[in-house]
Design a protein around this ligand. Structure first.
Ligand code: CA
Length: 250
């Protein structure tokens, strides 16, 4: 009986090792030991391999040696700002970077998103939320979507845009968008599920000279919500990220 239990345990362990050997690799950059071990356990039990760094310098070194599938980056690091690490990584790295920050660091969040982070989470966060974001970003980076100009049709829920024909519809109903609304909507669809900062949306829609005109955005997002959302006052798709920007929620 005991031998059988041992065999089962060994088989399970073997299976876990195989999983661990093939799962996506996450570089966890975090200087607080309790948080570091929590993340290690959560990620490992969900089939993700981890490599760890406790400082910015270590993060750069590990990223270069392991070429991870995703980076989880704490913003407050002992040897400098997470934003600097972020910029250095983005000089060569295309893998998704998910930033983790303490609450009340809105300005820092905007800066890291502008610098090329894919998303952010605010501490404390639920494990389920963390895993959901990691899955989204790993899937997107592995399948090469979105961002695809190759895609002719973008779809999120009942929203659809046919890029070749410039036709937008919601729940099968064709919508008439102004050229600016269309541009803004396509930018959000191409970056679905990603937090887009005010600046990123303004530059994509109006060009770099308008990167500070956030009131334009408020107006046009309001118009888009009226046209796309079932209830514009409680948007399902076009959600506001307070102090940061907007996200087209999938
Ligand atoms: Ca920290």
């Amino acid at each position: 009986m005991l031998a059988r239990a041992d065999t089962i345990a060994a088989a399970r362990q073997g299976a876990a090792q195989v999983d661990a050997a093939v799962g996506p690799l996450v570089l966890v950059v975090e200087d607080e030991p309790p948080m570091q071990s929590l993340l290690r356990i959560v990620l490992k039990t969900h089939g993700l391999r981890t490599v760890e760094a406790r400082s910015g310098a270590e993060a750069l070194e590990r990223a270069a040696s392991y070429n991870p599938d995703l980076v989880l980056l704490d913003l407050g690091l002992p040897d400098g700002e997470g934003i600097d690490v972020m910029r250095r990584l983005r000089e060569w790295m295309t893998a998704p970077i998910l930033v983790v920050s303490a609450c009340g660091q809105e300005r820092d969040k905007v800066a890291v998103l502008d610098a090329g982070a894919n998303d952010y989470l605010t501490k404390p966060f639920a494990n389920g939320e963390l895993l959901a974001r990691i899955r989204v970003w790993i899937r997107q980076s592995m399948t090469g979507t979105p961002a695809g100009d190759a895609e002719c049709v973008l779809e999120v829920g009942d929203l659809r845009v046919d890029l070749a024909r410039r036709v937008v519809s919601a729940a099968g109903r064709e919508l008439h968008l102004t050229p600016i609304e269309y541009k803004l909507f396509v930018t959000l669809m191409r970056n679905r599920d990603r937090v887009m900062t005010h600046r990123q949306l303004l530059e994509a829609t109006w060009g770099p000279r308008c990167s500070r005109e956030t009131q334009y955005l408020r107006v046009y997002m309001g118009q888009l919500r009226k046209k796309l959302e079932h209830d514009p006052s409680r948007p399902r798709y076009l959600v506001t990220e307070p102090g940061i920007g907007y996200r087209l929620r999938v």
